[in-house]
Design a protein around this ligand. Sequence first.
Ligand code: NPQ
Ligand code: MG
Length: 369
Amino acid sequence: MKLTGIELRRVRMPLVAPFRTSFGTATERDVLLVRAVTGEAEGWGECVAMTDPLYSSEYVEAAADVMRRYLVPALADRPPADAVAVAPALRPFKGHRMAKAALETAILDAELRETGRTFARELGATRDRVPCGVSVGITDSVPELLDTVGGYLAEGYVRIKLKIEPGWDVAPVRAVRERYGDDVLLQVDANTAYTVGDASLLAALDPFGLLLIEQPLDEEDILGHVELSRRVRTPICLDESIVSARAAADAIRLGACSIINVKPGRVGGYLESRRIHDVCVANGVPVWCGGMLETGVGRAANVALAALPGFTLPGDTSASDRYFRTDLTEPFVLEDGHLPVPDGPGIGVAPRPEILAEVTTATEWLPLA
Ligand code: NPQ
Ligand code: MG
């Protein structure tokens, strides 16, 4: 594989509806796409950083900056023989995992396309479709939430995740259980909005039979999660805290969580995601694939990852129309609550040129040779 250059492409994708979490409300997705060009192919990666550093410290402008200032020049100095060589080449630069993940993914996609291999097979996928959940934002009222949840259940989603925050937790969970019953697979995500002092409040969710409580406390509060795990019966799942396979192994060993959400951007890529999967399987910890409101580019790769055998819980790998009226790629459509794992070379999809042109706000070419 010989890389000739990297293109950074900023696109603006309006969301079908505002998405509110404990850290803010998003009305559009500001996406940084990476296109890796080799002599024989091109590959795509989607950087999942948000416009603002509200989910984690990363944000789109910083990701573009670190790529052009440090990461791409490092690859130019020491051209990677393949995608496996990318992470070691970028290791001197601390953090910026979402930026590194997007670069590695684009290069891996290009490499696999050159040789006709699929992302799913390369990662070790064992299924050709994956069950899908949906993440439901905070709404202005409980009736509005019930309508939204009812719509998703009617579409066939096999699991509902409610975003929660102090003041919007027990009441919406109770309302969904009363209206839709105890058989609905239901979980909640706090995006770090609570403190360990809220343990009894979170224990009040125990009677509702939730699959898990996701990231209740600050991302650095590992011992707080250990303490909370002892005081709450519902399984604790970590998202923001799990930034690497080492962080996953430590959190499991300490008893901070009993379930892990894997987001490839958060952990620096799909190869590190596979290592987290392997750590979880070795420890008997269920793992599932999170989501960052990806376009079809990021979604395709996530669906391939979610097809690995340790992904035993439905992911946030929703259909394209959960977020976008028009996706960049051919849309992912829910079939019987599942999405098909792409079977074409690489990630198996690519942006549709006319749509890409319409939503692009900036492009930049970074030559490598
Ligand atoms: C989570 N995602 O699991 C995230 C967080 C999240 C699907 O719930 C713009 C871009 C808005 C990324 C809102 C889901 C976002 C975002 C929430 C990520 O914690
Ligand atoms: Mg989360």
